[in-house]
Ligand binder design. Structure first.
Ligand code: ADP
Ligand code: MG
Ligand code: ZN
Length: 488
C-alpha cells in the first residue's frame, strides 16, 4: 500500500511554567535551586513531613492571574486545590498539590502567525500546582543504576500549568505556539522561559485523523521536550510513526513516549494500562482561592504592552516592515534597545537593519540577551553616526561593533586606537590606485580588452593595501578613472 500524506495532524500541548516567586508555593523556602547545595532550601512543608501545614503564596496567585490575563483567559473568582496522588521518590508527600476540578483560569486563546495566516489556539485552562523534587540517577540507565539521589530544593516551587485545546495542525505550529507563549511569559515577568533548565517544560499530545474516513489514531503524549527545536522534531517523528497505524501496524497504541535527543527518536515510557489513577480529592489543609474583581482589575492594570501590540505600534510609529517588527519584539530587552536607539538616532530602518543582522549575530554567538552585554544604545548610535559622517565605512563599523561587544569600549575610542578612520582623501587614494594599476599591466590590458569584471580586482587590491579603510565610493570612481584614462 502506498504511504498517504494527507492525514490531518492534531496537536495539543500541556506546558509547565515555573513562576518567578522568591519563595515556594506553600512555604517560605527559597526557590533558588540550581546553584544552591542539594536539600538546603527545604523545610517540613516541602519535605512532606506529617502534620506540616501549607500556606498559599499570594505572589504565585498574582503571577498565575497575570499569565491567565495575558493569555486571554477568564479568571475564576473561585478556584481550589486538589491532591493528585501517586508514588514516586521525588514526591515525599505521596501526592502533589494541584488544581483539578476548579482551575484558576479557563477559556483563553493565543493568536499565532502560521505560514497559512493567523490562527487562534484555544487555551483550555491555566492552573497552579507545586513542582516535585529532582532525581539524580547514578547512571544514565535507570534500570541498572546502583543508586539515585533526591534533591528537594525544587519540591514545592510554584508552577502554572497551561493546557491548550488540540488546535495545532502541524509540528511547526506547535513550535510557533511555544515560542510565542514563552515570549509572553517573559514579557510579563512571571517565568524566565528557560527550556534547557526546565523552567518551561512541554508535554505534547499528538494524533492523526484520516480525512476520508474520519478514523483517528491513538493519542501519543511525548514528554521530556527541552528545546523549541525538539518540540518540532519530536512531533515530526511521531507524526511519521503514527501514519503506520492506518496500514494496520499493531504497535501504534495509546502511550506516553519520551524524546531522546541523542537518538533523535521517541521511546516508549508507559502504556495506557500503566496510567495512574490519581484519586484526586480536595486538599483539606488549604482554603479555596476566592478572588475579588478589583484584585483581577489591579493585575490587569500591571500588564505591560504585549508583543503583538508592540509589533503593531513599531510598524506604525517607526514605519518599519512587519518582518522587522516581529523580530524586534521577539524579546522585551531587544525591543527596548531598539526604541532607545531610535530616540537618539532618527533612522529606525537603519537601526533595525543593524540589530537584525550584526547585533543579533553577536547575541546568538554569545547566547545572551542584549541587556547582558557590554553594549548599550549609545554604542550603536555612535557607530551609526560615524558611518553617516564618513569617518568609517559600514564594513569597518562591523568589526568595530564586534570589538565593542568584546570590551565595551565606545566606537570612537576603538576607531582612534586602532587607526580605523576611513581614508577619504582623493589624492591619497589616487596614489594607491596608480600604484596598483602600474603593478598589474596584464590585468589592465584584460580590462581594456573588454573584460570589465577585472575592475573588481583593482578595487580589491586597493582595499587590501588600505586594510579596508579607503572610502569605497571614491575607490570605485578613481579605479574607473584610472582604467579608462587614455594610455600614456
Ligand atoms: P487527559 O485527560 O488524558 O490528560 P485531556 O483531555 O486533559 O486528556 O487533554 C490533554 C492534552 O491533550 C490537551 O492539551 C489536549 O489538547 C490534548 N489532546 C486531547 N485530545 C487530543 C487528540 N485527539 N490529539 C492530540 N491531542 C489531544
Ligand atoms: Mg491531562
Ligand atoms: Zn519549604
Amino acid at each position: 500500500m502506498k504511504m498517504r500524506n494527507d492525514y490531518k495532524i492534531v496537536i495539543g500541548l500541556e506546558i509547565h511554567a515555573q513562576l518567578l516567586t522568591k519563595t515556594k508555593m506553600f512555604c517560605g523556602c527559597s526557590t533558588e535551586y540550581s546553584f544552591d547545595d542539594p536539600n538546603t532550601n527545604v523545610c517540613p512543608v516541602c519535605m512532606g513531613m506529617p502534620g506540616a501545614l501549607p500556606i498559599t503564596n499570594e505572589q504565585a496567585i498574582r503571577f498565575g492571574v497575570k499569565a491567565a490575563l495575558a493569555l486571554n483567559c477568564r479568571v475564576n473568582l473561585y478556584s481550589r486545590f486538589d491532591r493528585k496522588n501517586y508514588f514516586y521518590p521525588d514526591l515525599p508527600k505521596g501526592y502533589q498539590i494541584s488544581q483539578y476540578k476548579y482551575p484558576l483560569a479557563e477559556h483563553g486563546y493565543l493568536p499565532i502567525e502560521t505560514p497559512n495566516g493567523e490562527k487562534k489556539v484555544r487555551i483550555r485552562r491555566l492552573h497552579l500546582e507545586e513542582d516535585a523534587g529532582k532525581l539524580i540517577h547514578q547512571s544514565d540507565k535507570i534500570d541498572t543504576a546502583e543508586y539515585s539521589l533526591v534533591d528537594l530544593n525544587r519540591a514545592g516551587i510554584p508552577l502554572a500549568e497551561i493546557v491548550t485545546e488540540p488546535d495545532m495542525a502541524s509540528p511547526r505550529e506547535a513550535r510557533i505556539f511555544m515560542e510565542k507563549l514563552r515570549n509572553i511569559l517573559r514579557y510579563i515577568d512571571v517565568c524566565n522561559g528557560n527550556l534547557e533548565e526546565g523552567s518551561l517544560r512541554c508535554d505534547a499530545n499528538i494524533s492523526l485523523v484520516d480525512p476520508e474516513t474520519g478514523r483517528s489514531t491513538p493519542r501519543i503524549e511525548v514528554k521530556n521536550i527541552n528545546s523549541f527545536k525538539f518540540v518540532e522534531h519530536a512531533l515530526e517523528y511521531e507524526a511519521n510513526r503514527l501514519r503506520r497505524f492506518f496500514e494496520g501496524d499493531k504497535d501504534v497504541v495509546r502511550e506516553t513516549r519520551g524524546w531522546d535527543s541523542k537518538l533523535q527518536m521517541t521511546i516508549s515510557q508507559r502504556g495506557k494500562e500503566e496510567e495512574n489513577d490519581y484519586r484526586y480529592f480536595p486538599e483539606p489543609d488549604i482554603p479555596p482561592i476566592v478572588l475579588r474583581e478589583e484584585f483581577i482589575e489591579e493585575i490587569k492594570g500591571e500588564l505591560p504592552e504585549l508583543p503583538d501590540a508592540k509589533k503593531k505600534r513599531f510598524m506604525q510609529m517607526y514605519n518599519i516592515p512587519e518582518y522587522d517588527a516581529s523580530i524586534l519584539v521577539s524579546s522585551k530587552e531587544l525591543a527596548n534597545f531598539f526604541e532607545e536607539c531610535c530616540a537618539k538616532y532618527d533612522k529606525p530602518k537603519i537601526v533595525s537593519n543593524w540589530i537584525m543582522t550584526e547585533v543579533l549575530r553577536e547575541l546568538k554567538e554569545r547566547g545572551v540577551e542584549i541587556n547582558e552585554t557590554k553594549i548599550t544604545s549609545k554604542h550603536l548610535v555612535e557607530l551609526l553616526k560615524e558611518i553617516d559622517k564618513g569617518t568609517i565605512s559600514a564594513n569597518t563599523a562591523k568589526s568595530v561593533l564586534e570589538r565593542a561587544f568584546e570590551t565595551g569600549e565606545m566606537p570612537n575610542e576603538i576607531v582612534e586606537k586602532q587607526g580605523l578612520k576611513q581614508i577619504s582623501n582623493a589624492d591619497e587614494i589616487r596614489k594607491i590606485v596608480q600604484k596598483v594599476v602600474e603593478e598589474n599591466p596584464k590585468v589592465v590590458a584584460q580590462y581594456r580588452g573588454g573584460k570589465t569584471k577585472a575592475m573588481a580586482f583593482f578595487i580589491g587590491q586597493v582595499m587590501k593595501v588600505t586594510r579596508g579603510k579607503a572610502n569605497p565610493k571614491m575607490v570605485n570612481q578613481l579605479v574607473k578613472e584610472a582604467l579608462e584614462s587614455p594610455e600614456e
